[in-house]
Design a protein around this ligand. Structure first.
Ligand code: ZN
Length: 512
C-alpha cells in the first residue's frame, strides 16, 4: 500500500516537473490564433494567387505578401536590405530530333523519356551492351566507355524476397545506376515493363518542361539516362535472335550480351531563365546571435489547371498552411522581442520557392546560405499542417495529432526537445509512423528540411499526412481546420522557443 502511494506520488511529481511551463513562452505562443491564420491563408490560397507556381506571377504575388508581412513584423531584410533571396533557375526542354533503332523511329513521351535532366548528345552506335541488372558482379571487367548500355531497371531478385520492379528507382537501384554512370557510357537505356502504361497515363506531365537550378544545368554531367519501353528494348537486341524478355530471364547466367544494332539519337536541351526567390526574414539574437535557428515552409504550389472546371491549384494545405504557420510564429517571436523577450539565438524565417519542382529553393539556399550551415543549429520545417490526413478521419484524436518526421535522425537531443515542448504545452499526439527513411512514401526526402539534413543540420518536419485533396484543385481554404493548424504551429513555436533560448544547441550525434 505504502509503496504504491509512494510510486503514485513520484509519478505525479514527474508529470508536474515535466509540465513546468515558461509563462513568457506561453504568453507569446498563445498569440498564434486560428483567426489570424485564416486571414493569411484566405489571401495566400485565394484564386487571385493562381496556385503560386514557381516562376509565374502567382508565386511572385505570394512572395510579396510574405515579405510585406515580415516588414510589418519588423524582421530584418538580410539580402542587402531585401527580403528576396534570388534562386537562379532555368526551364529545361529536351528537344529530341532523332531517336531511331534499326531505322524505326520512337517518340519522346510515348516510348521513352529522360530520367531528370540529361546532357546534350549526338549518338550513332553500331552496337548496344546489355548489362542485366547492372551490378558489379554481373559487369565484371566489361568496358562501358562510350557505349550504349541497355539495363534492366528493376531490383535484382534475391531469394526469399519480392523484388521491387517499379519504374521509380529504389535507393539500391539508384546506387547501381550511379555505378554504371561512373563507367562513362554514352547513354544508359533503362528498360521497364510498366513504362508503356505509365507513359499512356502520365506521358504528358512526365515530358513537360522542368525547372532546375541554373548552375546544375550548365555543370558537366555524367551519362544521361532514358527510360525506355520493352518495345524499344526488343528492337535493340533483335540481332541476337532473342527478345529482351529472353535476355532478362537468362541474366542470372549470362548477364552481359553485346548486340549489333543501328542506333541513332540526337537531343539537346533548350534553357530559358526563370526568376524565382526564397523569402527571408531575419531576427537577430542576443548573446548567442551567431547561431541561427531556421523556420521554413514552401510558399510555391502547382499553379493553374487550364483545362479544368476549377482552374486553380490553391494549395491551401500544401503548403499555404505551413507558410501561414511561419507567419504566425514570426508574429509571436516579434511581439516577444518588442516586449524585451527577444531570442538569444538568431532566427531565420524562410519561405521556400520551387519545392514542388524538386526542393529547389531550399537546395539553393543550403548550398549558398546567408548564415553558414555550420552555425545553423536546426531547421523546423512545416509542410501541410491544416488538415486531417486520410488515416485520421473519423478517429477520436483526429483533431489533435501531427506526424513529426526526422527529429531523431541527426540529433537525439532535438527529438527530446520536440517531445518535451509538446508534453509541456500542446499535448498533441505525436505519431512517428512515417519517421523512417525507408518508409515506402519516403516523406523524409520529400520536403525542404531534407536539404538541411543533407548538410548535417538537425531537422524536424511537421506534416499532417496526405488526403484526397492532396495535389488536387480541391485543396481549398474551406477545408482547412484552423484551430488544428494553429495548435500545430504552436508546437513548432514552443519547440523553437526552447531551441532559440537554451544554453546549448542540440548535439549532432546522428549520421546524415
Ligand atoms: Zn508541400
Amino acid at each position: 500500500m505504502k509503496k504504491i502511494t509512494l510510486m503514485a506520488f513520484t509519478a505525479a511529481m514527474a508529470v508536474n516537473a515535466c509540465a513546468q511551463q515558461n509563462p513568457i513562452a506561453l504568453k507569446y505562443g498563445q498569440l498564434i490564433s486560428a483567426e489570424d491564420a485564416k486571414r493569411h491563408l484566405s489571401i495566400l490560397a485565394s484564386d487571385a494567387f493562381e496556385g503560386r507556381e514557381t516562376g509565374k506571377p502567382g508565386a511572385e504575388m505570394a512572395a510579396k505578401y510574405i515579405a510585406g508581412e515580415f516588414k510589418k513584423l519588423g524582421l530584418e531584410a538580410p539580402v542587402k536590405g531585401s527580403y528576396f533571396f534570388d534562386v537562379p533557375l532555368v526551364q529545361n526542354v529536351l528537344k529530341v530530333s532523332t531517336f531511331t533503332v534499326n531505322g524505326k523511329a520512337f517518340t519522346l513521351g510515348q516510348d521513352f523519356f529522360p530520367n531528370g535532366t540529361i546532357p546534350d548528345n549526338n549518338i550513332k552506335a553500331g552496337d548496344v551492351v546489355f548489362v542485366g541488372f547492372g551490378t558489379e558482379s554481373e559487369l565484371g571487367t566489361t568496358d562501358l566507355t562510350g557505349k550504349v548500355v541497355l539495363w534492366i531497371n528493376e531490383d535484382k531478385p534475391e531469394a526469399g524476397k519480392t523484388a521491387n520492379t517499379a519504374v521509380r528507382m529504389s535507393t539500391a537501384r539508384l546506387q547501381v545506376l550511379k555505378n554504371l554512370q561512373s563507367k562513362n557510357p554514352s547513354v544508359i537505356l533503362a528498360a521497364n515493363g510498366d513504362l508503356s502504361n505509365l507513359l499512356k497515363r502520365f506521358g504528358k506531365s512526365i515530358t513537360s518542361p522542368r525547372l532546375t537550378i541554373k548552375e546544375d544545368a550548365t555543370a558537366p554531367k555524367t551519362a544521361g539516362v532514358f527510360h525506355i519501353t520493352t518495345d524499344i528494348a526488343n528492337e535493340l537486341v533483335k540481332a541476337t535472335g532473342k527478345t529482351y524478355a529472353d535476355l532478362k530471364a537468362a541474366a542470372e547466367t549470362t548477364p552481359v550480351v553485346t548486340s549489333k544494332v543501328d542506333f541513332v539519337a540526337n537531343y539537346a536541351n533548350e534553357h530559358t531563365d526563370v526568376k524565382a526567390v526564397d523569402v527571408v526574414g531575419f531576427m537577430p539574437g542576443t548573446d548567442l546571435k551567431d547561431e541561427v535557428l531556421v523556420f521554413s515552409a514552401h510558399y510555391d504550389h502547382l499553379g493553374l489547371n487550364p483545362d479544368g472546371k476549377d482552374k486553380v491549384y490553391n494549395g491551401a494545405d500544401d503548403d499555404g498552411s505551413g507558410t501561414t504557420g511561419i507567419l504566425e510564429i514570426a508574429r509571436a517571436f516579434s511581439k516577444a522581442k518588442k516586449d524585451g523577450h527577444g531570442p538569444r539565438r538568431s532566427i531565420l524565417f524562410l519561405g521556400n520557392v520551387g519545392e514542388e519542382k524538386g526542393l529547389l529553393g531550399s537546395e539553393y539556399y543550403t548550398d549558398h546560405p546567408i548564415y553558414p550551415m555550420a552555425n545553423t543549429i536546426t531547421d523546423l520545417n512545416i509542410d501541410m499542417i491544416g488538415r486531417v490526413g486520410e488515416e485520421y478521419v473519423g478517429k477520436p484524436d483526429s483533431a489533435n495529432y501531427v506526424y513529426p518526421i526526422g527529429s531523431a535522425m541527426l540529433s537525439k537531443e532535438l527529438h527530446e526537445i520536440g517531445e518535451k515542448a509538446n508534453d509541456t504545452y500542446t499535448h498533441l499526439k505525436l505519431d512517428y509512423k512515417y519517421d523512417d527513411p525507408n518508409d515506402p512514401n519516403r516523406f523524409y526526402y520529400r520536403s525542404d528540411h531534407y536539404n538541411f539534413a543533407k548538410h548535417g543540420v538537425p531537422i524536424i518536419f511537421y506534416f499532417n499526412g496526405v488526403h484526397a485533396d492532396y495535389h488536387q484543385v480541391t485543396d481549398e481554404v474551406s477545408k482547412i481546420n484552423f484551430p488544428l493548424l494553429a495548435k500545430r504551429a504552436q508546437l513548432v513555436f514552443y519547440t523553437g522557443w526552447e531551441l532559440a533560448n537554451r544554453d546549448k544547441k542540440p548535439v549532432v550525434d546522428g549520421a546524415k
